[in-house]
Ligand binder design. Sequence first.
Ligand code: AMP
Ligand code: GLY
Length: 437
Amino acid sequence: MRVLVIGSGGREHALVWKISQSKLVDKLFCAPGNGGIAELAECIEIKTEDIPNLLEFVKKEKIDFTLVGPEAPLAKGIVDEFNNHRLRIFGPAKLPAQLEVSKVFAKELMSKYKVPTADFRVFDHPDKAKRYIETVGAPCVVKAEGLAQGKGVIVAKTVEEAIQAVKSIMEDRIFGEAGNRIIIEECLEGQEASIIVITDSKEVIPLASSQDHKRVFDNDQGPNTGGMGAYSPTPMINEDLFKEILEKIIYRIIDGLAKENIIYKGALYAGIMLTKDGPKVLEFNVRFGDPETQAILPRLKGDLLEAMLAVTYDNLSKFKRLGGLKWDSHSCVCVVCASKGYPGEYEKGKEIFGLEQVKGIQDVVVFHAGTRRVLDVQTRKIKFLTSGGRVLGVTALGRTIKEAINKTYDAVKKIYFEGMHYRSDIGRRAIEEKPLA
Ligand code: AMP
Ligand code: GLY
């Protein structure tokens, strides 16, 4: 079959890499893709949110299955549009995508269906929000309601910081309309984990657990990023806790949506804080995580494409009965190599060296994020240039998390581009922390 993946990041490279191994695929496209994806799929220059041109391309090229990577096209209703044209597409429709698009929608639904999450209040006026902060005190968490590219959450240690966050979001409007309303919520303490499932709303198949590293520097210092690395599985989640998360969080939210006549189909991501009072939801995303996907998919033994197709045919339970997805017992670590300046302003166009040396190493795979593949006119050879903040996700499997960490960093050290930086402690917590449960 002919498959299109929409997106251009490390997550999409990992998805394309996995799908390219499926026996069901004849031809793979990616819009717009990146330098690494170009080695596995034909990259098409259509932007991820350009729904009319994506639709036209899918019709013209007779694409049998489309997978949406990022949230923006989902928020814009690409799935509804494709369904109207009877085209097969994986991802939630516009209404269920509200779970990520509107934090107020998500929190209110969680309250109604008793999904454990931080206590919260919603504000549509800055003065009321500021007065509330003065009564509850710090620490507290201020969140813009809408999509803000991962920057809309401020964990404030002081009252002043929280009030400044309200001012930036609601008065200076740094996130535009996404900050029309804000949430102020209780600050939770614990370890974070990511649980991603795929669902057709009747059946749920969880992917392996993982943990992201959001801060830019070692020991969780510095500003938040899109994610500087991940590992899977996380020892913090044992079998009982995984079951508890599925029952109290995943099933409750999917059933809650169904009770509101909203059918959720696609990948569902729960960002969770493992508190001493049990797992609580930090956020829902309506897609696969980035960089979690890069650390999860190398451990997957089954055919992800088959599972996603089953979702679009409404027969995920049959897929599960026939074996479902199986996981390799190896651990996997993904370290993100970023451009100088990221998550702030950064330069592009730096040549990346060392990719050839890493290519042959067993159990190591380099997922590209912000890269371009170009022909060097002098040497007539292909080379790769940086084209984004997060450039590469260097990923390795190991029999233990320690082995996976060592293999990943051995590979990272072979790669170089001007200004490259990365965290040197990805996965370390999995060795140091005692499991909570
Ligand atoms: P979110 O985009 O809502 O997941 O928030 C981004 C990051 O902010 C999370 O990964 C957490 O590190 C942090 N965060 C969000 N909500 C809370 C909370 N209620 N308590 C403590 N930290 C939080
Ligand atoms: N890793 C966080 C996210 O995908 O939003």
